[in-house]
Write a protein that binds this ligand. Sequence first.
Ligand SMILES: [Zn+2]
Length: 269
Amino acid sequence: MQIEPISNTVLMQAALQIDLVPCLVDNYAYLLHDSASGVTGVVDPSAAGPVIDALNKRGLSLTYILNTHHHWDHTGGNAELKKKYNAKVVGPRADEERIPGIDLALRDGQIWMFGEQEMQVLDTPGHTRGHVSFYFKQSKAVFTGDTLFSIGCGRLFEGSPEQMWMSLSKLAGLPDDTLVYCGHEYTLSNAKFAITVEPENKRLKSRFEQVKELRQKGLATIPSTLGEEKETNPFLRPFSAGLRKTMKVPADASDIQAFAAVRAAKDRA
Ligand SMILES: [Zn+2]
C-alpha cells in the first residue's frame, strides 16, 4: 500500500491535545482536541461513562468517534456517545459493516481533516481483518488500537502472521519520534515475555525496569515512541540474531517466519 505524502505547509500549528481515558480493566480511550478548530474526538471508547466524565472535566463536547476496529471493548461507547453529542463515527472502510453507527468509512492511505489536523488512515489488519491505525503526522502521534502494543502486538484473531507483519512493518516505517498510543495497558506483561525472547537486549532490560516502576506507582506506560518500540518490542525485531537464537529460528528463515514463531510463543505464554 502507498502512503501518501502529507504536505508540510502548515507552520507553527498547535499540536493535537491528547488525554488518556482509562476504560474497563486495561483499555485506553483517547480524547483528541484540536484547539484551532475546537474539534474534539475520542479514539476507541470502550464505554461512554469515562469519556463523558473526561469531556465534562475539560468542558468539551464531542465531534467525532474514531474506531480502530470492531471489537466491543473499542466500540462499546459508540451508540451512547453518538446520541448524546450528535457525534459522527469514523472507522475503517474495510470493516464498515461491523462498526456500530458508522457515518464515515475511510480507506487505506486516505487523508482526512480532523479540524485543522491532517489524519492519515493506515490499514493495519491481522488482529481483525479490517483494523486501521490513525496517524497524525504534524503532531507525531499514531493510534494503533490492538495492532501494535507497547512491547507487544495484538493476537491474530482474523489474520495471518504475514498480514500482521506487513501491518507492523508499515507502522515501523513512520518516524522514530512518533508517539505510539495503543489500545491496552499490557506493557508490563508484554515486557516480562519480551525479556524471555531477548534476554541480552540491554535497552529492553532498562525499559522493563522503567515500566515496573511506572506500574508500581499506578501510572500509564503509554505513550512510548516508535524508536523505543523498534529497540525493545520483539514483534518488531524478527531479524534480531539474539531473538532467533532463543526462539530456535534458523538464521536463513524469513522475518515472517521469525515473527510467527514469536507470536506463537506469546500465545502459549
Ligand atoms: Zn481487539
